[in-house]
Ligand binder design. Sequence first.
Ligand SMILES: [Zn+2]
Length: 560
Amino acid sequence: MKHATVIYTGGIIYTVAGPDWEHYPVSSMAIDDGGKFLAVGSMNECKVFADDNTKVVDLKGKTVLPGMVDGHVHAPGDSFKVLYQIDLNGCLTYEAVTDAVRRFVKSHPDNDSYFGQGFRMETVDAEGNPICAKWLDDICPDKPVSIISYDMHSFWLNTKAMETCGITEDTEEIGSGHMHRYEDGSITGIFTDMQNINFLDPVYTEEETNAALLRFIKKMNQWGYTSMMSIPPYTFMECTHYRKIEEAGQLTMKVNCGQEINPATIEEDIDALVELKKFFEGSEVKISTAKFFIDGVVEGKTAFLREPYAEGAGMPADYRGASHWTLEQLEKACMMAMSRGFQTHMHTIGDAAVELGLDAIESVQTELGNKGYRNALTHLQLIDPADRLRFAKEKVIAAIQPYWFLKDPKMYGTLEVPYLGEARALQMYPAKSLVDLGVVITASADYPITVVNDPFAGIQAAVTRTIYNEDFGVDIPDSDNDPYLLGPEERLTVPRMIEAFTINGAYELFREEETGSLEAGKCADFIVIDQDILNIDTADIYKTNVIATVADGKVVYGEI
Ligand SMILES: [Zn+2]
């Protein structure tokens, strides 16, 4: 008979196992010394595993859910930025942006160059002039300054950095890439999706990288995550660092990751992915995934659309954006990845990008058979109704970011409606229509693109489809007259969103036998939270606090 080292009892424990789990919470969990559940159910079912050494912990009526699974996150989040870079997140005016840059440059006088992250294209000065190189030149004319946008698609450079990167007004704009220009044609210093420019990369030491990754893992645990799909590109980090953290006994999350595949280097990138898998042999880290960027973003006018952009985008009448891939290239890369046992994970924002991704997956699965590849398309801002059925048919995971399911006061009226037209903007981010067709959805914030990776804010956003906390800088509206409500017919329920963040995420990671629900034999990955989110006003879900996070039976955050 196995012996329980600890029994947790007196909780409202949602197992997320079996049908109707939301109606049948249980009270108790027994865990063995290997960090696995011996029983999840009543105290009577757990007590049989107790002996004199078993510790019994009273949950005092608190709610328990499985550990959260992040379906798409960029490690190490904001750690390099917070620890070593200019942080422009939340800086939305000329004053805020230039103050932050000036302060950093002043306090780091010995740097050879300066890096930053988080600027927004819509930042303007008092006269309404858009963000440009001169703002940086006024602060730092003699060393390169290179700042990446909050969505990681655009760079903002000073003149010195443009020189160092060899950029001129005549640099070629390939595919969807473009250099922002003044009316006289001269370049402003903002560059979107310019894949043919080698932007400067900061270099971090081994110690700096490890410190950044450890800080990130700790933050993930604090938010309630115990597993994640760590998606390339890793910001200034190789995923091989996970192995060092693991060997030091500090990897308190289940991690999947992979390699980005580019159209110009398909063979090399697939080889690198295979090598990476070898490097992680014997590790708990799983190398499972080939990542593809199919298109860009709507706000950069680089999303690939079925119908042309609206007039407000200021582009030629037939402009639809462009794909980074031809169908032929993408089929070849998917065939190489999937036939070697990897799942694909594609950034697809526009409906034409979604269509292209599905076309490639469908053609490879027609040839190989659908052997449970668990391919995923992510972001999914626009999906043609006919393609929603193909998600179900080809068993493609929809890796959604519910945090974006609303009319963002900073984006909807100023960028999304002008660029897409209102009729199309209203169709953004379908969710329930996918679930109703039987599509598996997983959830994530695309952190650090959404700057706070709080799963409860994400659950609330998917359920309400409106702004979900004070960070939007506007009053939370009353529900009858809500200017931020986007497509209420696509609202999901709390239980379906909990599944997206737990068991479905585990499925995306090929780990549903290990984690994602609370069942005997599985790893004891769970969180204790301070409110029963299945039985409160949905507008209050974001207020949920994680009291403790337990991974493999060990408390990795908080206290119980
Ligand atoms: Zn991403």
